[in-house]
Design a protein around this ligand. Sequence first.
Ligand code: PHE
Length: 393
Amino acid sequence: MGNSYFYPSLARDAGTCDRGQAAPLHGAYAGENVPNPLPQERNNQVSVMNLIAALESLAPELERGLDQALDLSKLEEIRVEFLGRKGRLAQIMARLPELSPEEKPAVGKKANEIKARLNTLFDAHKHTLEKSGEKAYLTRFDATLPGALPWLGSMHPISQVTEEICSVFEALGYDVVDGLEVETDFHNFQALNFPKDHPARDMQDTLYVNEGVVLRTHTSPMQVRSMLARKAPPLAIVAPGKVYRRDSDMTHSPMFHQIEGLLVDKGISLRDLRGSLTAFVRRLFGPAVGVRFRPSFFPFTEPSAEVDISCIMCSGKGALHGETCRVCKGTGWLEILGCGMVDPNVYKAVGFDEECTGFAFGLGVERVAMLKYGIGDLRLFFENNVRFLGQFA
Ligand code: PHE
């Protein structure tokens, strides 16, 4: 191509004739009798006239482009093409320095007008597009559809039962305290009147961390810790938490939860123990439940007892639909907690006055939860099956 004409709107493919042919149309769009810049262009020199013509062609071309822009991303493409830093307007402006000083003001003024016009056209179209997008969205929007429910978490049943039990004792004036899961032999055994090499230690299937340090086998070390912390009676605490034993089957897990209770003052008797624990059990399982205290043994309580409640499956009858009850194995009773009057040796170990009296109790949370919800296999609590756990939400 011999002569390379200047045609700003076609800077990328300057000189192609199809655009040249389209040029007169632009003038017509602008509503003015603008001479076609091409024939007037000689020896590659810009003239005022062809810059103005090029400027005036921009608005109608933008309008045509806008008619094709049906979404905001296409609209942005067009904005870049016309108004961008290297866009058509900028390309025309880049030729301004080639004009003589007298010619510049007229073209500059025109350029500003055109720029304002392009911006107005562009903004108006953008506004229309946004509005129609909104309308289309609103016609698609169905206000009668149910909302998308977020996944709701819930408390684990063991945590729920723990809270429920603790809140019964809180209502009776007990404080809830936290304990340690790794304990010393002193707190877990010795201060609780388990002498070294005592056979009662074997009953506990202890997991040792190292010499003299164990994973606590029960929450009873919290009796020792809370008396050491308070230094003197009165005190009434419950201490929930995890405990560990080397044991695993349908009804035993190497990790499970207990809640320890301790009340110490002067003049506390077995009568208080029976009354408090009966009130607790009835609050938890209902006023009609039968309660019995059975003599038992723990090194840190004397006398000691185990508390049974009438079987919640067969209402204490021992049989259901003419068959032996599975849950209580026909006895009509279910063991629910261990308890007793605090042994004076424990007061001695923590430096409490041996005149004081009190009672302690301990219960397994999983066992209570299994009875409360009729769950046969304790391992379900630890498998994290959301369908199982979700039932307690
Ligand atoms: N710590 C005992 C156990 O784990 C339960 C218990 C606590 C018994 C307090 C009496 C008093 O078996």
